[in-house]
Design a protein around this ligand. Structure first.
Ligand SMILES: NC(=O)c1ccc[n+]([C@@H]2O[C@H](COP(=O)([O-])OP(=O)(O)OC[C@H]3O[C@@H](n4cnc5c(N)ncnc54)[C@H](O)[C@@H]3O)[C@@H](O)[C@H]2O)c1
Ligand SMILES: [Zn+2]
Length: 351
């Protein structure tokens, strides 16, 4: 794998797209949008880039559509619109569009180039960087996928103007994770932000991207170090999947689920890595300041834990986690006995 990530920032980089496309001599240009990025971002994107004759392909919005059926629809759309091996796909959207669009591009005719234009905070600071593409398999998150760098990522905070507040907050969760796994001063800076608005959060995008980029460059295929980006995600993914599968439950966004995961895993860190208890309480209180408590009943716990056992990090007796020894100092491959999980949920529930 190439050890290079091609990331550029700001609106000016968008203006450069036609030149980039010309240099690569693509036969045709496809743009993938979902309903929300079609409405909020597409015409602005076309006005700014002045792209000549792009073809638009479309998917339904939301994590519940990040599946093989949507891929099939998109492969068909590409095929019907005459895409060939020299076509390029521009993913204009959040993490669902960049993850799934990247996977569709990597698999169509054994792989065509793709560009990521992330339009959510979460995709800007996390999903569009690092080359992980993929889809969910039933209720198991990101089980199918390929690691391949996009040809280009253009991160421009202009798209955040139309992003709902809840989605901004969801992306902020990944930024907090970046602080917790690699930089205490970044963590403390972030938890002192009073108001989570687009203008304030945009100032921190580059710092988060730099943290992620540094980790990914050292370990692109997640043999060891890159695993630290999964802090909060072992529990978090199980919670996210569980809430998606239950139609009676209110939607829980990716970042919201990861926040619960980070609190649970901070508790596990105390018991398995000597993470100071006062820091675990501090993590819980700081996160609770931005994110309302999620009600997880006893029945929910069982459902979540059963999904967890299917998670890719399960190795027989216990389950492997990324935990914290200190803020900014993670430890990978920590095997945790399942009895502790219940206590972690109790910790989450105590105010
Ligand atoms: N590949 C990776 O390394 C990686 C890392 C973190 C997360 N992820 C994945 O990212 C996904 C979550 O990403 P997300 O939160 O961006 O989800 P998303 O793509 O579903 O976007 C969230 C919502 O915002 C809408 N939207 C997007 N841009 C908008 C805009 N500018 N204005 C208004 N609405 C807009 C979308 O249509 C959607 O309804 C998950 O599937 C997660 O697994 C991947
Ligand atoms: Zn995540």
């Amino acid at each position: 794998m190439k050890n290079m990530i091609n990331i550029t920032f700001g609106s000016k980089a968008l203006l450069d797209i036609p030149k980039q496309l010309r240099i690569n001599e693509y036969s045709s240009v496809f743009i993938l949008v979902d309903a929300n990025t079609k409405k909020n971002c597409f015409s602005r994107f076309i006005n700014q880039t002045r792209l000549d004759n792009p073809k638009i392909i479309f998917m339904r919005a939301g994590e519940e559509n990040k599946n093989i059926q949507t891929c099939e629809e998109l492969w068909n759309q590409l095929s019907e619109l005459g895409a060939d091996r020299n076509s390029v796909l521009i993913n204009l959207g959040g993490g669902v569009v960049t993850d799934l669009g990247g996977f569709v591009a990597c698999t169509f005719k054994r792989g065509i180039d793709f560009y990521n234009i992330p339009t959510t905070l979460l995709a800007m600071v996390d999903a569009s960087v690092g080359g992980k593409t993929g889809i969910d398999l039933g209720s198991l998150k990101n089980q199918i996928g390929i690691i391949r760098e996009p040809k280009l990522v253009i991160i421009d905070s202009q798209w955040l103007e139309t992003l709902p507040k809840k989605e901004l907050r969801s992306g902020f969760a990944e930024m907090l994770k970046h602080g917790l796994i690699s930089d205490p001063s970044y963590w403390y800076e972030l938890i002192n932000i009073k108001k989570l608005d687009a203008i304030t959060l945009a100032k921190y995008i580059k710092s988060s991207v730099a943290i992620k980029e540094k980790i990914v460059l050292k370990d692109p295929t997640e043999k060891n170090l890159r695993k630290i980006l999964n802090f909060g995600h072992t529990m978090g993914h199980a919670i996210e999947s569980y809430f998606i599968a239950d139609n009676d439950k209110e939607r829980l966004l990716h970042g919201e689920a990861i926040v619960v995961g980070m609190i649970l895993e901070s508790f596990l860190s105390v018991h398995c890595c000597n993470f100071p208890e006062k820091d675990a309480i501090d993590v819980k209180e700081s996160l609770s300041h931005y994110y309302p408590h999620v009600k997880i009943s006893k029945i929910d716990r069982e459902g979540i834990l059963s999904l967890l056992r299917h998670d890719k990090k399960n190795n027989g007796s216990g389950i492997n986690f990324v935990l914290l020894e200190n803020i900014g100092k993670p430890r990978i491959d920590v095997n945790v006995k399942q009895e502790l999980f219940y206590k972690a949920f109790d910790f989450y529930d105590t105010v």
